[in-house]
Ligand binder design. Structure first.
Ligand SMILES: Nc1ncnc2c1ncn2[C@@H]1O[C@H](COP(=O)(O)OP(=O)(O)OP(=O)(O)O)[C@@H](O)[C@H]1O
Ligand SMILES: Nc1ncnc2c1ncn2[C@@H]1O[C@H](COP(=O)(O)OP(=O)(O)OP(=O)(O)O)[C@@H](O)[C@H]1O
Ligand SMILES: [Mg+2]
Ligand SMILES: [Mg+2]
Lengths: 258, 258
């Protein structure tokens, strides 16, 4: 059964793209068929999976404006079983371009529900930009659940309540089936107290939704994208690879059970 | 002579807010009169300077919608000589709210140029959200220059060319006086090669615009906001305080000379 998961958090630099790339790769490497949709105008997920700007003929922009189908836009990646619809700079114009359209928040949902082809994927992961604009709204409206990477820092913690209230608003008004897939603690640094304090704060206040897996701060995770590889192909034995394999296992266990 | 500087980069989590707070505080502590404008819906700069959400009666949203003047919106901070116009969540609705207005990109410029009161500040620093939306455009149109914090990481480097082409577009179409104040390398980690590679890449390609001061990765910088203090009041002797004092000196020398 296909599951669509939005990877979102309006706070910047918390590990959304790193989680999308490496969770996607780990799911594919454990036999699942995965499609990534890069909704970020920066296109970091596309670069991190080896799609140079010159190879991005059809993009997520074409999907949202109805110019292309999912099949036309999906491109291969270095990982068997993982495809990607690349992002592009013109996505940042959609807020204004779609401002007058009544269905502007539902474009992606229409694409993903209309397509027979969507049925061939076990998981569709959507990498979101750092804002609560029309791109992130499209992702939340199209998704079954939302996965929130949360950096173990003070400013990141501050933004969670704003994000959770946006999710509730979307659930009430446009997408009643949207659930919390969970919160993933990222860039956890054993050497400093701040990480431990943030982790404890989140576990106490949001007990049911926090994944058991914690992603440690690990320099191999930030080196891998410059080699256009997910971390488990760049350095399979490092702490970053281990964490994202564990996260994939935890996600599969939760979803296969239900 | 008053100088208005936008602190912007559409890549998330690169140190925009940390630079705005600590550069602002360092400038004030060396005798300059400074106003901060928090244009980020997350309001991190406001929280980091002790303005709890309950104290934010008049905000940057009221400024851009013409409901309040600069004097009404400016609030005090723990630093003598540093005031702030706080941010608020309703800023994120402005893209759609102003979509039909011809002057939607010039609202902040109108406020800052109309006000006599603006003359009492030596520096006005504008903290921008992680996107190239109407808020960042307002900041670039209102500013004399733009200061770009650049995290020493691969994805951050990728976004610089997109940012520089946006700045050129704004210079050509709306604000011919906009200059590059400079690029500040942030979160530089001596322990890993990636930082050195990114720093070298930036220095080679953008020689004239990179500040000499480099801000190291320093946990005291990420702890200070949870105490609602800039780092030089939280831990005056740490590497983070030293770096932002140096950056303020470098900025003053460049601007007092011209
Ligand atoms: N666990 C980790 N350990 C070390 N570095 C990490 C880790 N996770 C992410 N990074 C690095 O931190 C930076 C921010 O991560 P990333 O770009 O994935 O965040 P993001 O939330 O997608 O950012 P944006 O808000 O700009 O989309 C990147 O340079 C990335 O390589
Ligand atoms: N030099 C540094 N050393 C250690 N931590 C830092 C440093 N600079 C910033 N940080 C921390 O890194 C995180 C990201 O920084 P910050 O929030 O200032 O970035 P930003 O660009 O304003 O993010 P956003 O794109 O969400 O507005 C914060 O938790 C901050 O405390
Ligand atoms: Mg990202
Ligand atoms: Mg910020």
């Amino acid at each position: 059964a296909r599951k669509i998961i939005a990877i979102a958090n309006q706070k910047g630099g918390v590990g959304k793209t790193t989680t999308a790339i490496n969770l996607g790769a780990a799911l594919a490497m454990s036999g699942k068929s995965v499609l990534m949709i890069d909704l970020d105008p920066q296109g970091n997920a596309s670069t991190g999976l080896g799609l140079l700007a010159s190879r991005r003929k059809t993009t997520a922009y074409d999907l949202l404006t109805g110019e292309a189908t999912l099949e036309q836009a999906a491109a291969s990646t270095p990982v068997e079983g993982l495809s990607i619809v690349p992002g592009s700079g013109d996505l940042s114009g959609l807020d204004v371009e779609l401002a007058g359209e009544a269905d502007r928040g539902e474009r992606l949902r229409e694409v993903l529900s209309a397509e027979e082809v969507g049925g061939k994927y076990d998981y569709i992961l959507i990498d979101c930009p750092p804002s609560l604009n029309i791109l992130t709204v499209n992702a939340m409206v199209a998704s079954d659940s939302i996965l929130v990477p949360l950096q173990c820092e003070f400013f990141a913690l501050e933004g969670v309540s704003q994000l959770l209230s946006t999710i509730r608003r979307i659930q009430l008004k446009i997408n009643p089936r949207l659930r919390m897939e969970g919160i993933v603690l990222t860039m956890y640094d054993r050497r400093n107290n701040l990480s431990a304090q943030v982790a404890q704060d989140v576990r106490e206040n949001l007990t049911d939704v926090v994944f058991r897996t914690i992603v440690p701060r690990n320099v191999r995770l930030s080196e891998a994208p410059s080699h256009a590889l997910p971390v488990m192909l760049y350095d399979p034995d490092c702490a970053g690879s281990e964490a994202y394999r564990q996260l994939a296992d935890e996600l599969i266990r939760r979803n296969d059970a239900s």
